[in-house]
Design a protein around this ligand. Structure first.
Ligand SMILES: Cc1ncc(COP(=O)(O)O)c(C=O)c1O
Length: 474
């Protein structure tokens, strides 16, 4: 049974360098079966969709903590908040300016609301090939050109920890009264310590959606939508949230959100001080790495990455480029030989997610394991490739129009020049490589081949990859 499997796994002592941010740290957070507190909206316990009592108080405390006008507890992750936020700001047919490296949830919001996306392409970091920040000048030019847009959507920080200049992007958008939604699913822990980049709300975002469960002590699916706009009414967001959130919200999750907010209110200074010390110790150890590199840690200083406006030091992106290891191979070695589980792997890097709930010992174990592996890998000249494409694919149709068309299933190699009728992505990170309505180019096909070759499983809407992709002649 799943419960037994999970309990057994918990006893194995594997170091969790992945979500959820509570890190199963029962010594710090307490433990216990949730049956005794799993209720529905009975008398005295308020109603998430019409808060008047204890849940209203929870929302007020969360808003105070993050400095927003209001806050909405979310029990189905940032996903529900992003769907609702886009829905609340846009009407069918609207143009939305969105970063091309947005998460699937933002793309799904664009699809179901029949929006026309105009993409903001992030800069590409020359040293690693990963997506950098959205340049504010680029965003400003796009905003100037598409003044009729009803929303700007940016992901900050990204899965890899790259932060954009949200303040400047908001200034540019607000000049034309366009609200900005920041998908800060990976940034719930920002704003509590000067050692981390500024948080999106205090930088000017109209709405920020944060996954508490990713980087803070909260159960999986716990998140918050933070509303801070003068440009539209929060009742629109409230109404949209009642579409996308369950009508039976879990009080176990709501109480976890409450506990998370309280822990931060009461102990953020000491918890973040300890976290910063742990990260500094890891930094010192990372300086001893000869082949592997940890992005923006150790000898890999942030000034080597001009495409990053800022970087979240809590994300440990371990790069394998220039060695005989791939990202998935590194992840598997850490699992099999060091009992450390990472969050995800891409072709030439793997990501460890850290939080205030990681013990100093976990950081030490990770540093020792990486130094051990580093001593065994061999240098292999980097053979090029593997950089995110800096050019946007040609968008022949908006996603909602393309997704409604009939097409044919062809092998990816035969799809060149065809218009995709489905999404293609790797999960994580859940950023579409191909969007319905885009023309499939040689670069996309080469990237699919490269990712598959590195052991990354690609998914598609119809589920037929790697055999076929659903498309049509443009
Ligand atoms: C950038 C980004 N946004 C949103 C989400 C969705 O978050 P959640 O899992 O809390 O629904 C994810 C999930 O990984 C993500 O990476």
């Amino acid at each position: 049974m799943l419960y037994e499997l999970l309990s057994e796994y918990n006893k194995k002592g594997v170091t969790p360098m992945h979500m959820p941010g509570h890190k199963r740290n029962a010594a710090m957070l307490g433990s216990g079966l949730p049956y005794g507190i799993d209720i529905t909206e009975i008398d005295g316990f308020d109603n998430l969709h019409d808060t008047r009592g204890i849940l209203k108080e929870l929302a007020l405390q969360a808003a105070k903590l993050y400095g927003s006008k209001s806050a909405f507890p979310l029990v189905n992750g940032a996903t529900g908040g992003i769907l609702a936020a886009v829905r609340s700001a846009c009407r069918p047919g609207d143009t939305v300016l969105m970063a091309r490296n947005c998460h699937q949830s933002a793309y799904n919001a664009v699809l179901i609301n029949r929006l026309k996306p105009v993409y903001l392409q992030p800069e590409i970091d020359a040293a690693t090939g990963i997506c950098g920040s959205i340049a504010p000048e680029h965003a400003a030019r796009a905003i100037e050109k598409h003044r009729d847009a009803t929303l700007v959507v940016v992901t900050s920080p990204t899965y890899e920890g790259v932060v954009s200049d949200i303040g400047s992007i908001c200034d540019a958008a607000h000049r034309f009264s366009i609200p900005v939604l920041v998908d800060a699913a990976h940034g719930a822990h920002l704003g509590f310590s000067k050692s981390f980049p500024p948080d999106p709300v205090r930088s000017g975002a109209d709405i920020a959606v944060v996954s508490l469960h990713k980087t803070l002590p909260a159960l999986t699916q716990c998140a918050l939508a933070l509303f801070n706009s003068d440009l539209f009414d929060e009742t629109q967001l409230r109404a949209a949230l009642s579409i996308f959130q369950t009508s039976s919200p879990s009080y176990v999750l709501l109480s976890s959100i409450d506990a998370c907010v309280r822990i931060l209110q009461e102990e953020k200074e000491s918890l973040f001080d300890a976290y910063v010390r742990n990260l500094a110790a890891l930094d010192a150890a990372a300086s001893g790495l000869k082949h592997l590199k940890i992005l923006c840690h150790g000898s890999d200083t942030p000034d080597r990455h001009p495409a990053f406006f800022g970087f979240d030091p809590g994300k440990l992106v371990v790069r394998t480029r220039g060695t005989d290891l791939s990202g998935p191979a590194l992840m598997s070695l850490l699992r099999s030989e060091h009992r450390i589980e990472l969050e995800m792997a891409c072709a030439d890097y793997a990501v460890a997610l850290t939080s205030i709930c990681d013990e100093a010992e976990s950081f030490r174990r990770l540093a020792d394991a990486l130094l051990d592996i580093d001593g065994k890998v061999r240098a292999r000249p980097y053979d090029g490739g593997g950089s995110a494409d800096s050019r946007l694919p040609f968008q022949a149709l908006p996603p909602y129009e393309a997704a409604a068309l009939e097409g044919v299933s062809v092998s990816p190699d035969a799809a060149e020049g065809m218009m995709s009728l489905e999404y293609v992505w790797a999960y994580p990170p859940g950023i579409p490589l191909v969007v319905p309505g885009e023309i499939i180019g040689t670069e996309m096909i080469a990237e699919m081949r490269r990712l598959a070759g590195a052991g990354i499983a690609l998914k598609s809407t119809k589920g037929a990859l790697p055999e076929s992709i659903y498309c049509t002649k443009p």
